[in-house]
Design a protein around this ligand. Structure first.
Ligand SMILES: [Zn+2]
Length: 204
């Protein structure tokens, strides 16, 4: 994808989305690239030029690099319960955009998200409660689908979608750096959904 600065520089955010789609297609088709570890280590040991930064859920079924058929040096990967954001993650994204030259930022939800289910059920569990509270705005904005239960897949998937949008809005609101870069067309922040049954990623 891109281990080189000149490739990172010329590609637009939309072209990076296309590369991620192609990588996901290889993943779905069980046709992953055969990347030699030591070769990539050699190429990346001096510097990194990742094309995309992905914020995904911590779920063990959402291995970000593998889903997009990417290796060392190709992606920034942020993970949290229910792909919620915090100041540390936003700060990392600012570094990715401003210092490392990354142009595409993806907030990726996934089907069967336990964090979203737990938030809908109103579960409280130690420090996790703090993360689940951040999913509440997504629940509140999912008004038109009933019944509002975890058994209703349409409802839960809508909450998961809305939760990625909530995270994107928070990123834009909290980060002047990313907001300005997006307004200038230097970067793009998009939502996506990963289907844990099919392996497919759909970009919104
Ligand atoms: Zn999840």
């Amino acid at each position: 994808m891109s281990l080189h600065k000149n490739i990172q520089e010329v590609l637009t955010p939309d072209q990076v989305i296309e590369l991620l789609k192609k990588g996901n297609e290889r993943f779905v088709n069980d046709d992953l690239r055969n990347v030699k570890t030591h070769h990539v280590l050699e190429l990346t040991k001096e510097a990194q030029y990742p094309l995309a930064a992905i914020l995904a859920c911590m779920d063990s079924r959402v291995p970000v690099e593998r889903i997009f058929d990417k290796t060392i040096g190709e992606l920034f990967s942020f993970r949290s319960p229910g792909n919620v954001v915090n100041q540390d993650i936003i700060g990392g994204m600012e570094y990715a955009a401003k210092v490392a030259g990354t142009k595409l930022f993806v907030v990726m939800g996934h089907t069967g998200c336990g964090a979203v289910n737990a938030a809908v059920k109103g579960i409280k569990l130690g420090n996790l409660t703090y993360s689940l509270d951040k999913i509440k705005p997504a629940i509140e904005r999912t008004k038109n689908i009933t019944p509002k239960t975890i058994d209703n897949i349409n409802y839960i998937n809508a909450v998961i979608d809305n939760n990625t949008l909530t995270s994107i809005e928070t990123i834009r609101k909290e980060s002047e750096i990313l907001r300005n870069m997006e307004e200038n067309g230097d970067i793009k922040i998009v939502a996506a959904m990963y289907n844990i049954a099919t392996g497919r990623v759909s970009f919104h």
